[in-house]
Structures are given as structure tokens and as C-alpha cells.
Design a protein around this ligand. Sequence first.
Ligand code: PDD
Length: 286
Amino acid sequence: MRTVYLNGEYVPENEAQVSIFDRGFLMADGVYEVTSVLGGKLIDFAGHAKRLERSLGELDIQKPAAFDDLLDIHRELVTRNDITDGMIYLQITRGAPDDRDFVYPDPETTKPTVVLFTQNKPGLADSPAAKVGIKVISIEDQRWARRDIKTVQLLYPSMAKMAAKAAGKDDAWMVEDGMVTEGSSNNAYIVKGNTIITRHLGNEILHGITRAAVLRFAREAQMTVEERSFTIAEAQEADEAFITSASTFVMPVVEIDDKQIGDGKPGSIAPRLREIYLDESRKVAI
Ligand code: PDD
């Protein structure tokens, strides 16, 4: 059984209890981060902590007292749960007032709820899917308009994944005003020649921590990066496509809406970026 962290305590997962009045439960009033663990070390922890701080600020959720201890808490959970490869899920909600109310509770009396748990995924970086690539469908992006904040409102992404599953595919890319925003839980890219194209940052997409690192490595490897939006039709004609996220790293996409990308196999750039990302990230993992 896992040991999880809840509001200052390490407890067995079946003993962790959160109030039914918690605003995360009633209103999805909370934010989260997923940090991967490779070889027992945290990948890109500083990036995740920084984005978490920003998400909290955008929603006026006070920083919990434990904020500065988050690195220690992550490491403690890795140790206690004996995680070599996997993920740490962290969630901070606005807390549990004593009744349901749309108005935010007084932060003096209602403190944020902080939850962290581990997900054990042996061989996370050796995923067989990375060798063959994944197939995606496109779906209208019907999420709210502040996707730059990493909130726990994940119903639409869940619906998108269910639509992909119903179609016999692996994931979905979301489209707004004819342009791809991002994947259901990842950022989306296409490749043309030596150029990597991915949507520019804004409120329409999550500012991926993996995205930032991968674009940096791509530029360092003399690839050209274009941050702009693209259509599904352009993606279907691209040489390659891929996604990035903390849990999939860099994952080739070989089919979009039943149309094969290139020869239907991962090309050369996405696998190369995956290798560079994994190598470089492991070097500086903490
Ligand atoms: N998802 N876009 C969306 C909508 C996401 O949910 C995620 C991450 C990303 C990639 O961000 P990053 O590189 O920082 O992981 C982009 C996480 C992994 C999840 O919900 O499980």
C-alpha cells in the first residue's frame, strides 16, 4: 500500500481523508502538477514548482505553508514508496470551508488542502509506444479559456480520451477555430524538414514544462523552431508529428484522423529529441 502525503502528514493511502466540502471536490477549485521520476530522481522539479506557483497566483489560492518543503516531500515519497521510475502527483485546492459557497472562503480560516501521491511505473522511459508511435483523433476544444492554469478540471480531457478510445486510437488533439491547441494531456508538434512547429504560448494551452525543455534542446541541436498554430490538414501533410508531457516525454504520433503521417512510422527527429530530452534531463535530475 502506498504512503501518501496529506496536509503535513505521511499516511497510508486508505487513511487519507479530505472533507466533502473541499472546494477541489465541489468546484474543481484546485491546481496540480505531475513530475516524473527516473532512476529515483525528479525530472524538471524546478519547472513544475514554478508553474505551480503561477497557477496558485492566477487563482488567488494562498501558497500553503508546505510550499517551500515540496522538494523534500517529493523526495520523501519517492523513498518511502521505493519508486525508481514513475510519477508524483501533487494537488493543491483552496481547501474546505464549512459549507458550500461560490464565494472564496477567508484564507485566514480555510487553508489549502495539499495532497501528493506516487504512481509506480517501472520502465517509464522505455515505453513500447515510443517505438511505434501513437494514433490520434481530432476533437473540438471545449475546455474553458484559461488553459494556461493547470487546474484539476479534467472532465473535458477525459471525454477527449474516451472519444479516442471509442475510435480505437490512443489520444486526441484538440482544435479551436480550425487550429490545433494541444493534446488532451500533452503539447502537440509537427515537423517539416528540420523545422519543429508547435503552438505559441498563450491562455489557450498549458505551458508545458517538457515543451520548454524540448524546444531548448531542439534549438541547441540546430533545429529551427516555429511557435505558431497549425491545422489538422497541415499536420497530416507534415513529415513527423509528436507530443510532449511529463509522463510521455517525447512521443511520436504516426496517424491523425486515420491519415498516416509520413510512412506511418516514427521519423528521425522525434526519436532523436526523445533521446536528447531523456539523456539531458536525467543528467540534471534531483
Ligand atoms: N499533463 N497540456 C496539457 C493539457 C496537459 O495536461 C499537460 C500535462 C501538458 C504537458 O505539460 P508538461 O510537459 O508540463 O507535463 C500539456 C499531465 C502530465 C497530466 O495531466 O497527467
